[in-house]
Design a protein around this ligand. Structure first.
Ligand code: BT5
Length: 320
């Protein structure tokens, strides 16, 4: 895969011009027949690569795919995305990541073009159509205590927000795990933990981003949006995922090593609902009050109507 990724990178960087099979084989240290096989593989994936006698190969157009070859040469991370498990279709990337968590290194990602049974919190459905969103789960083996685990969701939504801000967008975060654009949910995070008294065995951080969808099923229309629907522009999903993974690795390292990191402050500064009147549905009960803050461990602090402060680990919030 690394060689194919190198070939793709070279074709991208010489886009518009031809590069000879000989040069390619020299650069990659493989035979010209192998180069030809790689080219055939990329064409099968939907890349249009022109070949001309005596001139070589030229990239004409590329599909929007999350295949490892698209991701790996763009990544600058040390461990995040260094191992990529790719599926054109899967039930849920979080499910496969859980299954593989014990046998793969930290930072391994499971990514799919389509999920048949994508999941949200409390086993809710996550709509994951083919080829338009980012459906990705990261396997982590954190060394910190389980109490800190909610911060994994926080850094994931922060990484998505920062990647969107770098594109000139203005995302907001809705506690605990949504990223909103123009009030529409364009991203959700599902973190799952396997921990015992000794500590965390592994954590799976599942990130779903609606990138290029042009429509949603009726039951989601009011709530869900995609970057395309909001900005009118399609994005290359691989580029966005790479930006998110690079940022997330940096935040995860800070969370692990730097007790004075201001990641929580950065995240809080993007929150909607602070100082607003909300309801929170937590474990089947509904509480009303004003959302005042988020604690160091990621709990939402609600000032109830009687003036009492209550903190919540989990729940669904809405504005009143
Ligand atoms: C979430 O749950 O927001 C977490 C979503 C995590 C999805 C990723 S994709 C990769 C990985 N593999 C998985 O199987 N999951 C993760 P929650 O806060 O419970 O929100 C779920 C609710 O959001 C649903 O009940 C719908 O109302 C709504 N919803 C479903 N699909 C959506 C979509 N594509 N975009 C926006 N909202 C959606």
């Amino acid at each position: 895969m690394q060689n194919r990724a190198q070939l793709l990178k070279t074709l991208y960087l010489t886009q518009g011009k031809f590069i000879s099979g000989e040069k390619l084989s020299h650069r990659l240290g493989v035979s010209r027949t192998t180069i030809w096989k790689y080219i055939r593989y990329l064409r099968e994936q939907g890349y249009r690569i022109e070949s001309r006698t005596n001139q070589g190969y030229r990239l004409q157009s590329t599909p929007d795919l999350l295949i490892p070859e698209e991701l790996s040469w763009r990544l600058t991370s040390d461990s995040f995305g260094r191992e990529i498990i790719y599926r054109a279709e899967i039930d849920s990337t979080n499910r496969l990541a859980r299954e593989l968590a014990d046998s793969y290194d930290e930072g391994t990602i499971v990514v799919a073009e389509k999920q048949r049974a994508g999941r949200g919190r409390r086993n809710r459905d996550w709509y994951s159509p083919a080829g338009t969103g980012i459906w990705c789960s990261i396997i982590l083996q954190p060394v910190f205590r389980p109490e800190k685990a909610p911060l994994l969701t926080i850094i994931a939504s922060l990484a998505v927000s920062r990647a969107l801000e770098a594109k000139g967008l203005n995302p907001k975060i809705k506690w605990p795990n949504d990223v909103l654009l123009n009030g529409k949910k364009i991203c959700g995070v599902l973190s799952e933990l396997n921990a015992d008294l000794e500590g965390i065995k592994y954590a799976i951080v599942g990130i779903g981003v609606n990138v290029n969808q042009s429509e949603f099923p009726e039951h989601l229309e009011d709530k869900a949006g995609s970057i395309y629907l909001i900005t009118g522009k399609t994005l290359k999903r691989a580029c966005l995922l790479v930006e998110v993974l690079d940022l997330l690795e940096d935040y995860y390292t800070q969370l692990t090593n730097d007790p004075r990191t201001d990641l929580l402050e950065q995240w809080k500064s993007r929150l909607t609902m602070i100082n607003k009147r909300i309801t929170i549905n937590s474990q089947g009960r509904i509480y009303r009050g004003i959302a005042r803050d988020v604690s160091e461990r990621g709990e939402l602090i609600l000032e109830t109507e009687s003036g009492e402060r209550r903190s919540f680990w989990a729940g669904d919030t809405s504005l009143v």
